[in-house]
Design a protein around this ligand. Sequence first.
Ligand SMILES: Nc1nc2c(ncn2[C@@H]2O[C@H](COP(=O)(O)OP(=O)(O)O)[C@@H](O)[C@H]2O)c(=O)[nH]1
Ligand SMILES: [Mg+2]
Length: 460
Amino acid sequence: MKGLDDTICALSTAPGRAGIAVVRVSGSGCFPIIRRLFIPDQRGAELSPRRAILGRVVEADSGKELDRGLATCFPAPHSYTGEDVAELSLHGSPVIVRAVLQALCGRGARIAEPGEFTMRAFLRGRMDLVQAEAVRDIIEATTLYQAQVASRQQSGQLSRLLAPAKKLLIDTIVQLESAVEFADEDLALESRDVLAGNLADVKKRLEHLIASFRKGRVVREGFALAIAGRPNVGKSSLFNALLSQERSIVTEFAGTTRDLVSEYTQISGIPVRLLDTAGLRASTDEIEQLGVERSYGAMADADEILLVVDASQPISAEDWNLRTQLTDFSCIVVYNKSDLPVSWPVEEKCAYAGTHPHVDVSAATGEHLDVLQAAIMERLFGHAGPEGDDMLVTNLRHCQCLEGALEHLTRGAVALRSGLSEEYVLVDLHAGLSKFGELTGETGAEDLLGEIFSRFCVGK
Ligand SMILES: Nc1nc2c(ncn2[C@@H]2O[C@H](COP(=O)(O)OP(=O)(O)O)[C@@H](O)[C@H]2O)c(=O)[nH]1
Ligand SMILES: [Mg+2]
């Protein structure tokens, strides 16, 4: 990990040709460098804070004009990084950008490493580690909903929610430390019962956040949805209908889909990897049989399975056989072809689905696809849907820190209740507190920080 002493620069907009390219510069040498390379059009115009000034960017020694554009200065500490920052808005041409970066480096700046602007913002105390990681999640979001969840974290929501728990833990530690330190004196300290109550409160808050990760992981990473069932029930038709495109081949012949077909889409702002599978049946055709094996593999890996059934055909032993195989999977039974006369009485549909939810749809007409999508969301997020929770832990690292803290506090609480000496209890409580610090980056090891910021793009 590089230090904070030098001045860094990078293209902050996407590389390639575009209307505008923004080059960002940050560090103590920023303004002296910019003053040498940027000549305002208006004679004597000064680079004033947060005001865009029109002018020419020139080569360091020759004074040759490289481009005309805008320069905006953000003096420390009121900038993204907390350092002096300048942004040059140039014409979006890769040759101009390269020349301007070269000119900046010629004056003493160096090209920033991936994530280095955000790392500086973190090291200068402009944001904590959770917020810095959220910056990357906003940039990498593939749906607006993902971006919104990340944006809530970037505004410090997780850190804010944790603050009361952390304060309570610190208070508890202080009480116990005082009991050790001033054992001989008659200090009015909280009883062990009160302290145990505090710890229980902290633990409850942690458990609530940890529980949200099951949903949060799905929001951040999306989920895999396998469409399975017997041949010809309309799996590929349903796959295409959910994608709104004719991606998978549909025919009236059984055994048309022989290999896995996978495509990305989104449902309610959650990214979904949809998998169309080969129809499940015993076949003597070697290729089809290999396809069926892949179908079982896809079902095992999927987060959710849509078991598609042709409700226009009478129920068969094969239907029951398949249903039995899927008993332990998380699946929704989809009664397809609802546009045709239905052969399954309602009681039979309920009996067949058992504890799994079931939905009637027509992949051909699109009828009730919205009900199916709602059922999928309910399966993943419960009644309230993905937007039901005020706070979701979406990052595995955050969840692991919270779990680590919970583990230490649980041990500390046991020690406290069993009457062990304060020192014993304190070991665990301090370990728990350091997990809070690890989460927000207060006690971050260097290699951890390097690992996190290296996954950013250059210029952020
Ligand atoms: N009437 C009707 N026909 C459908 C529906 N879904 C699929 N089909 C027909 O059922 C046949 C098999 O469809 P396909 O999607 O290839 O089934 P798969 O083998 O399960 O992938 C095709 O002739 C489709 O046109 C539906 O909802 N209603
Ligand atoms: Mg098919």
